[in-house]
Design a protein around this ligand. Sequence first.
Ligand code: ASP
Length: 319
Amino acid sequence: MRDHVFRHRHLLGIEGLTADDIGHVLDLADGYVELSRQPEKKCSTLHGRTLINCFFENSTRTRTSFEVAGKRLGADVINMAVAVSSMKKGETLIDTAMTLNAMRPDVLVVRHPESGAVQLLSEKVDCAVINAGDGGHEHPTQALLDALTIRRRKGRLGGLTVAICGDVLHSRVARSNIALLNAVGARVRVVAPRTLLPAAVERLGVAVFHDMAAGLKDVDIVMMLRLQLERMHGSFVPSTREYFHFFGLDYDKLKLAKPDALIMHPGPMNRGVEIGSEVADDIDRSLVRQQVEMGVAVRMACLEILGRGPAASNGPPLK
Ligand code: ASP
């Protein structure tokens, strides 16, 4: 897969990537997992390149993960937190894009609360743009790190059954994971109350379940999602206590999955709401910490692929 041609200038979503594109990123990332486990973790792949982290929405793990990834590749990393409260959408976003562009970065990593905003910004700049989460739309590096975590543990992605449980409606993580898992030939289920599923969700290529007992039966991976209260305007669940009773993951519900089923969560976790502490911290079943480790490696791979610019990359920019 090393000589695979990644024909995309930006990483705006999983939508549009082929199984080979995904495999290429994961293969490169495997190497960066090994590098990151060495005492000397730094290489010079992006020496002299500039990466700007531009976050219009709060983030701890994703921003830090990109920062660590960029530094390990030898890039100069600048973090910009942009306050959204006073932002006049549209015009200000484009102004910001033009300002950043004039500083001649090589990669912009952008998170924004509005779906589509990162794509809009990518159309205004000359460098590569990586979407670090745009509203409820996509979070491609999360899906790639989840895929790397699963592939390293299970040895494959194709043929596995993955249940994505909880607040699918507000989740960009779910959307990116559904696209990726379908692209690589896994079977995807969503398990959620009707109020937390988008309309016509089955069109995304998933089997739909409304109770955990049926939804978790014989699955290989149980992927829990955070109840995204900050994106809810109105009442979507009767109470968080009742939600945990019906949809929160505990050992009773986990028993229904395959005996070697593994648990994932993109973080941050609401303990006692969508996941019980005892399962979240089960070192044999929970992959939550591995997901964070794989996040750095996957972001190093994405930065390597996109950060060298058209001259050094292995194909013409298509997007
Ligand atoms: N950290 C993930 C995101 O940014 C998941 C979450 O916030 O629940 O979408």
